[in-house]
Ligand binder design. Sequence first.
Ligand SMILES: [Zn+2]
Length: 465
Amino acid sequence: MRCPSLPFGVACWLSRLSGSLSRRLGRGGGTTFPGLVLHRLRPNALAELAQGVRDGVIVLSGTNGKTTTARLVRSALDTCGVKVVANPAGSNLERGVATALLSVRSPDIALFEVDEAALGAVVAKAQPRIVVLMNLSRDQIDRHGELENLAQKWRNMVAGLAPETTLVYNADDPLIAELAVSHPKTVAYGIEDSSVAQEDLLQVADNTACRRCNAALAYHLCTIGHLGHWACPACGFSRVDPEVQVTQVEFCGIGGSRITVSTPNGLIEAKTSLGGLANVYNVAAAVATAVTAGVSSEAISEAVGCRQAAFGRGSAVDVDGKRVTILFNKNPVSANENLRMLIRETVPLQLLILLTDSSQAGQSGVDVSWIYDVDYEALIDTGRVASLTVGGARAHDLALRFQYAGFDPQKISIVRDNAAAFRTALSACDRGGHLFVMPYNSQQMRAIRSVLVDKGLVGEMWEEK
Ligand SMILES: [Zn+2]
């Protein structure tokens, strides 16, 4: 039975109330529940809330890098003194967006990271001023289906965009570039510095056929997965010269990079504490978005320099005299990028990797076969893996994968419980050493976070800006 829609103000008030009750009852921070309630009480409320945002809505999406990029843009907007509403990491479905909009009265601007599959519905309702498309690669196949399903959803979304909406997109991703070129108002970004290139496309590269004629694309610069400088030798469709270009990158280990970005408003030079090439793309996306939103180059440079990693996205914390860095990855592209970053480190590598599936309550996904697309062999070839603990319901799958990759199975600790696996990995790590934790699932990241919250070392998810 369908409930009659409540008046807007009443529906919002009741939904906010449900959030405070949820917190008081110890059911979490209410980062999605009020939005869910609101949708039931007044299905069109998200559109109405979005209309009330004075300077419009920005949404960004992509398989990898949403949270980090959103936080960088947020910092740039904060530097300008505008009142921003944003959704916390992980609350990136329609209900999370609605909950965030309920939480701030009369915001100047709204900034949302949105799940790839939820993007179409959020864009249709929020009618954003800027849509940012970052990258698309294989991820959660059992949820999203093959990549082509998502690509088609995004194609429909772009076709339905208002002409005045600016589409900010990654020119290095051929799939996204093909979607974007049909839109009248675009800002492209990409990496120009050839020193960051890989010798060849990795095995995990998707989308390497021309989206127009299906011929194999030619690459003269490969960066991550199928990203790079591409062109179709058959029909001539090729990467555009982006308006926002990363012209120079100097890696400073896992602790960050120095980046120079050329924009229509001049050069932006920044030292970021976010390490690795994936974060160079995130900075490029954030710069392109902030420039489009009207933020000054000085404010952007300051924001990129100040922003620390979001929890789990390369964030580090000292636990019992040991450094712990958490690198969330959930698909072969992001897992390989994190391994590349670790391979560049010179310290002994103490590792905890967590893998689970939907046999565990509250977990999503059944497919774990993608671990066979991750290049653990390159990691083991460094000879610097000092300790390895695998955890989660599919810990044995990981152990087997490492055995196939040539790692001595006698040296692998297998602990299925996430928190217990963390304790085991921590005690295996020498005092003064560096433990790298790689949860392959957001619920597992929360499990690690809980351990650190209990120790008073980090805050709760809903407290993070
Ligand atoms: Zn072609």
